[in-house]
Write a protein that binds this ligand. Structure first.
Ligand code: NAD
Length: 477
């Protein structure tokens, strides 16, 4: 049985109720988390405020950095344990779960070094004045985290907020929070003061909503769906609370006829099957120049049909989806594709060892998907790739920009001029040329346009969002 983690203590929910923890690989409950309430959020915010105004503000930037470095090392020491927790909670194949634990350690490492490099400026002004700016923390920041990459998103969001001098109240997803409860405990063991990192578990519409509305929260970082992002922003707007939104995507991979297909195609496959397609930056649309369209589909059909799907510990190409309703969501999209006469080119295989009670979906390649069909417009959040062809650069730009999203774009061409023209014209927060994701570097600012959200996390850039700029003008004559 798991508990909230508030003020460095394991605490039960005031509701007295729990929620089951389900293993997506077999659909069976194996643990329970607390079903939090608004009163629990209030308790966590009070603990955070007391910490902020007590011990935390007295730490200087270098001391904060040392704490984060200790936490990075602690996470690295416990990486295998954390990976196994995440594997079972989220259904992640072993390689992915290990990569997520390593990324968490790396986020804390990066932000530990950033703490004492964040500073304001002096501004030349009128004679007799000196003007300077300070970057001050917001105070108590709220973090609403989804289930697809709990450790990675905790690292980037909470790591950045702590580095900038804030303390945090975190609401992880009800579908995956065990690794984060363990990380909070490790942080306490590293010497983080009581109240610096608080975790309240439970349903979004109960505790997530209470967090977004709480008057003691000074900034909210939300990562999740556009629908809930809108709710968070509305709730925060009531009290003018600043918000960072990291939402979904329908990101295109654009293949021109001069692309190096040997390099591109494995990345096209990986970008849609990684984490069973449950990745905000999944390359879920494939735009291919007409002259190579058939050749590309033929090669991808072969690659897709060889993909194997099964229980997370088997460490195959693809694990299960997170829950039954997510599986149903993917099935609904595929049923719509069939009704619309969209042709399926290839599918992977679910292995015999996969229990019927698990939430499996074979990776699926669809061709000639009309740009206005929901498969080309909406986030499936499953391993489904929608392919379509384009004539020329203008047409590729038009298709790439023809969804409400703008998170990531992959451009594959050897033509240097075209690389830069395309990068300028496509609306997306991250553009990758002749690669996709660049290994996910924590240094690289990340965030969206339009329905993909606003604000940036990751990299040094995130620290500006986790601070408020104050201008001080001194008239000294
Ligand atoms: P979700 O929006 O359903 O849930 C995200 C979080 O919000 C969860 O913790 C949930 O409990 C909480 N929540 C739900 N309803 C709430 C409410 N009314 N008020 C406050 N909080 C509430 O998203 P999900 O299904 O957990 O995750 C998938 C989505 O997240 C996808 O759209 C994906 O693209 C997006 N995502 C984006 C990024 C990014 O960095 N851009 C990263 C990962 C996931």
């Amino acid at each position: 049985m798991q508990h909230h983690f508030i003020a460095n203590q394991h605490q039960p929910a005031s509701s007295g109720h729990t929620l089951p923890v389900i293993d997506p690989s077999d659909g069976q409950a194996y643990d329970a988390i607390q079903r939090g309430t608004p009163a629990d959020i209030d308790r966590a915010v009070q603990a955070a405020r007391a910490c902020y105004e007590g011990t935390w503000q007295k730490l200087n930037a270098a001391e904060r950095g040392r704490l984060l470095m200790r936490l990075s090392q602690k996470v690295a020491e416990h990486a295998e344990e954390l990976a196994l927790i995440e594997q079972r909670d989220c259904g992640k194949p072993t390689k992915q779960a290990r990569a997520d634990a390593a990324a968490l350690a790396r986020y804390f490492e990066f932000y530990s070094g950033a703490c004492d490099k964040l500073h304001g400026e002096t501004i030349p002004y009128l004679d007799g004045y000196s003007v300077l700016t300070w970057r001050e923390p917001h105070g108590v920041t709220g973090h609403v985290i989804p289930w697809n990459y709990p450790m990675q998103i905790f690292g980037r969001s909470v790591g950045g907020a702590l580095a900038a001098g804030n303390v945090c109240v975190i609401k992880p997803s009800e579908d995956a929070c065990l690794s984060l409860l363990r990380v909070a405990q490790l942080a306490a063991e590293c010497g983080f003061p009581a109240g610096a990192i608080n975790i309240v578990t439970g349903y979004g519409h109960e505790v997530g909503d209470a967090l977004a509305r709480h008057p003691g929260i000074d900034h909210i970082s939300f990562t999740g769906s556009p629908r809930v992002g809108t709710l968070i922003e509305q709730a925060a707007a009531e009290r003018h609370c600043p918000v960072t939104l990291e939402l979904g995507g329908k990101s295109p991979q654009i293949l021109f006829e001069d692309a190096d297909l040997d390099a591109a195609l494995p990345m096209v496959v990986n970008a849609i099957v990684q984490n069973a397609g449950q990745t905000c930056s999944a390359g879920s649309r494939l735009l291919v120049q007409e002259s190579i369209y058939e050749q590309v589909l033929e090669r991808l059909a072969d690659a897709f049909s060889r993909l194997r799907v099964g229980p997370a510990p088997l460490d195959l190409d693809v694990g299960p989806l997170i829950r039954a309703s997510q599986q149903q969501r993917v099935w609904d999209f595929l049923a719509d594709a069939q009704v619309a006469g969209i042709q399926m080119v290839a599918q992977g295989q679910i292995v015999d060892e996969a229990p019927d009670t698990g939430f499996y979906q074979a990776p699926t390649l669809l061709r000639d998907v009309p740009i206005d069909h929901r498969l080309a417009q909406e986030e499936v959040f499953g391993p489904v790739l929608a392919a379509m062809s384009f004539r020329d650069e203008d047409h590729a730009v038009q298709l790439a920009n023809a969804t409400p999203f703008g998170l990531v774009t992959g451009i594959w061409t050897r033509d240097g001029g075209r690389q830069l023209r395309m990068a300028r014209r496509v609306r997306a927060g991250q553009i990758f040329i002749n690669n996709y994701g660049a290994g996910g570097g924590v240094e690289l600012p990340f965030g969206g346009y339009r329905a993909s959200g606003h604000g940036r996390e990751k990299g040094f850039e995130a620290l500006y969002g986790f601070t408020v700029l104050k201008t001080v003008a001194i008239r000294h004559g």
